[in-house]
Write a protein that binds this ligand. Structure first.
Ligand code: ADP
Ligand code: MG
Length: 291
């Protein structure tokens, strides 16, 4: 963050200063969104920069303002005030140009029930200006990358929830989108699909600015080159996972010590000692279990 104009009460030490050399992909300046007539801002003077070649995890609880922010970035909602620059262009005046290189995966899948997986990719590639031949090539490559090739002729309505989500994520990358906005891409998907969506994001990170909202801390930690935490529409901290752990992580060690079971004996369990503490425990303190 080169210029964090944090509202009152914000602590500057919770914002990691970025190393020189990073290229800003998306700059958000003093963004405010108020839904009338509530009066309380859903997004409150938000300042943040998202960088190229990085995944930024936009982490926050339900109702924090993630979807509202991402909807403004993609031009789905107008801001009450503030500026968003994508690739240096103001979205208020250059939305059509910006959209050529923008991809979006909304929080809830928006798929055509009767289009197949392959048809979805072809359709969006052509919407992004690809010729029929280019769209075909891109579709083949994307089916391979996403592991959706064996589902290519299935209609979207017949896919599992995880596969539908994966298709929605894939669509965000179609047309070589340089700025990709993903609103809770793994929400409601099974652990296997979640992992494969993670792999896809890591594979496609290079050359793109990826903004991914989530309320899973493990996901933010694993995928995020940077994590930005939002609550009540305000940005509370941002930086690399390591920076944030150093800021806030007290950390506890859970030590499990298991006594070897006597394999001759058919009866009885084995002894396990469990200890939770600030230091790794080698002693015998803690709880004793028989399992
Ligand atoms: N269309 C809307 N009209 C009125 N209030 C809204 C609308 N969309 C979102 N909000 C409110 O804005 C706040 C932020 O919502 P949202 O951006 O959806 O949060 P998140 O995506 O982090 O869960 C919430 O209090 C929500 O009720
Ligand atoms: Mg949301």
């Amino acid at each position: 963050m080169e210029d964090p104009e944090h509202p009152e009460g914000m602590n500057d030490s919770f914002f990691e200063r970025e190393l020189p050399g990073l290229v800003p992909g998306v700059c958000v300046k003093n963004l405010v969104k108020v839904f009338e007539p509530s009066g309380r801002p859903a997004v409150d003077r938000l300042n943040i920069t998202f960088y190229e070649n990085q995944i930024t995890a936009f982490l926050g609880h339900n109702g924090a303002g993630k979807t509202t922010t991402l909807s403004i970035l993609t031009g789905l909602l107008p801001p009450t005030s503030g500026t968003v620059l994508i690739g240096g262009k103001d979205i208020e005046t250059n939305l059509d140009v910006v959209r050529q290189s923008l991809g979006m995966c909304p929080q809830h899948n928006i798929l055509f029930h009767h289009l197949t997986v392959a048809e979805h990719i072809l359709f969006y590639a052509q919407l992004k200006g690809r010729s029929w031949e280019e769209a075909q090539l891109e579709m083949e490559a994307m089916l391979e990358d996403t592991g959706l090739h064996h589902k290519r002729n299935e209609e979207a309505q017949d896919l599992s929830g995880g596969m539908q989500r994966k298709l929605s994520v894939a669509i965000a990358f179609v047309g070589d989108s340089k700025v990709v906005v993903l609103d809770e891409p793994t929400s409601g998907v099974d652990p296997y699909s979640r992992r494969s969506i993670w792999d896809l994001l890591l594979k496609y990170r290079s050359g793109r600015t990826i903004i991914m909202s989530t309320h899973h801390m493990d996901e933010a930690d694993l995928l995020g080159d940077r994590i930005a935490i939002i609550s009540q529409g305000r940005l509370y901290c941002s930086g690399t996972p390591l920076f944030l752990k150093n800021c806030f992580g007290t950390g506890f060690y859970l030590t499990l010590v298991r006594k070897m079971k006597n394999i001759q004996s058919q009866r009885g369990g084995c002894e396990v000692r469990v200890c939770l503490g600030k230091e790794p425990s080698l002693g015998s303190v803690g709880l004793l279990f028989w399992i």
